[in-house]
Design a protein around this ligand. Structure first.
Ligand SMILES: [Cu+2]
Length: 459
């Protein structure tokens, strides 16, 4: 047993909540042990057995995919050492954290990459508290082994100074699709899309991992994350409902109880489930094809056995759910300035990838949006001319969702918003973290083919 394994098992015996089957690295515990580094990440090729005889060759962190659950303390500086054992430069992006461009993990913002077979040390102060994550920010283009298609993703949970603690068990679940290939989909002029052969919740296909064991009366905090490269998902646990308390790690103004959670790419949902319906249940994708690919896990009450039960949740519609139900019901503060962003697709006509433009230009030719520190900005997203859903992500800032589908709303703080097909949305944010800031669609094929723009602060 090495030092870190000892720390992990030691932590478990001190009564930290169970986290499913994922390894855990606590920045605080490593510091107490006298280690100079709070977290060490090693990027390396792995063979991941996601089911009996089903092995995917990918690249992961510290020998696993998802990588270890990293636990940070809000406001307490950390040192992270990243070693890259692969043949290509890599990046580690700290998604949802309000940290400097030099360590955010995007080369577009100026973060230096981790050279092939090299090392890079990051120092930053984790914030804000909540369910954050870390992942590669490289590009895949036509190489479907790289970037979001790989196993380079994991939870980075930033602990608040005071712990809410209103649950009995904590379970982190990351969804991912595996074995991608190019597939013709959609209208005749559409470009290549992606089809998958397998999928997992955490590191196992449905039925291959240990069941999640629960007891009657328990309150379980689920931290769900969609780490798919390209697809939005919906997860349900029949016989139970999800009380959604946070989105993208930020507490929602009005928690709602729902039958399924919608997660566009890179989104997180924290939900409490009261275990009050004893049996053996299937927690999984509301899409049958996706469950067959493996996106599911078994939830088993103590002393219960039998075939896991599934029932299709009601109320599923195409496209994002209505975020406004989680909002405050109030009015968002008016912005000082609005940037309108019109999205368009240049179709690939089944012989190429689609290309994407923002106001007529593809990255890196997109104009830099200029910000003044302290001002409040609105980004208005016009997706009326595309039939695709876009999970739009702003780095290094938390934004307020102020409009979805023409409906004004307020109070919901996020770092990704899913904009519906032929729809519109708007966000506002305060320019309070100077430095180059990347805005992009988190759908890998969109991000890689033009759907990115930089924001810069006036000096
Ligand atoms: Cu997109």
């Amino acid at each position: 047993m090495n030092r870190r394994d000892f720390l992990i098992s030691g932590l478990a015996s001190f009564g930290l909540p169970s986290l499913g089957s994922l390894p855990l690295v606590s920045a605080d515990a490593n510091e107490r042990a006298g280690n100079q580094t709070n977290v060490t990440l090693r990027i390396a090729p792995i063979s991941l057995e996601i089911g009996p005889g089903k092995i995917v060759e990918t690249v992961g962190y510290n020998g696993s995919a998802p990588g270890p659950i990293l636990r940070f303390r809000e406001g307490k500086p950390v040192t992270v050492d990243v070693f890259n054992d692969t043949d290509v430069p890599e990046t580690v992006h700290w998604h949802g954290q309000l940290i400097p461009s030099a360590v955010d993990g995007s080369v577009e913002e100026g973060t230096p990459d981790v050279p092939a077979h090299g090392h890079r040390r990051y120092r930053f102060t984790p914030k804000p508290a909540g369910t954050r994550w870390y992942h590669t920010h490289s590009m895949a283009h036509a190489d479907l082994t790289r970037a979001g298609f790989s196993g380079q993703y994991g939870f980075a949970i930033v602990e608040p100074a005071r712990h809410p603690g209103d649950y009995d068990q904590e379970v982190c679940i990351a969804a991912h699709h595996w074995e991608p290939s190019l597939a013709p989909k959609g209208p005749a002029d559409n470009g290549w899309e992606i089809a998958y052969r397998s999928a997992t919740l955490n590191n196992k296909m449905l039925g291959s991992g240990e069941p999640l064991r629960v007891r009657m009366g328990q309150r379980v905090l689920f931290r769900f994350m969609n780490a798919s490269a390209t697809d939005e998902i919906r997860l349900a646990l029949p016989g139970h409902r999800f009380n959604v308390i946070a989105m993208d790690g930020n507490p929602v103004p009005r928690p709602q109880t729902v039958d399924f959670v919608y997660l566009d790419i890179a989104e997180r949902v924290d939900a409490i489930v009261e275990m009050n319906n004893p049996g053996v249940w299937l927690l999984g994708s509301a899409n049958e094809e996706e469950r067959k690919m493996g996106m599911g896990m078994i939830v088993e009450y103590a002393d219960k056995s039998g075939e896991p039960q599934w029932q299709q949740p009601a109320g599923i519609v195409r496209g994002p759910w209505d975020y406004s139900m989680f909002g405050s019901g109030g009015t968002a503060p008016a912005p000082d300035h609005t940037f309108e962003m019109k999205f368009e697709k240049i179709p690939g006509h089944k012989v190429d990838f689609n290309r994407w433009t923002i106001n007529g230009k593809s990255f890196p030719d997109t104009e830099k949006l200029r910000l003044e520190k302290g001002k409040r900005y609105k980004l208005f997203f016009d997706n009326k001319d595309t039939g695709d859903i876009h999970p739009l992500h702003l780095h290094r800032h938390t934004f307020e969702v102020t409009e979805v589908g023409g409906k004004p709303m307020a109070g919901l703080m996020k770092d990704v918003v899913s904009v519906g097909s032929r729809g519109t949305a708007a966000i506002t944010f305060v320019a309070d973290n100077p430095g180059l800031t990347l805005f992009h669609c988190h759908m890998q094929l969109h991000q890689d083919f033009g759907f990115m723009q930089l924001l810069e602060y006036a000096s």
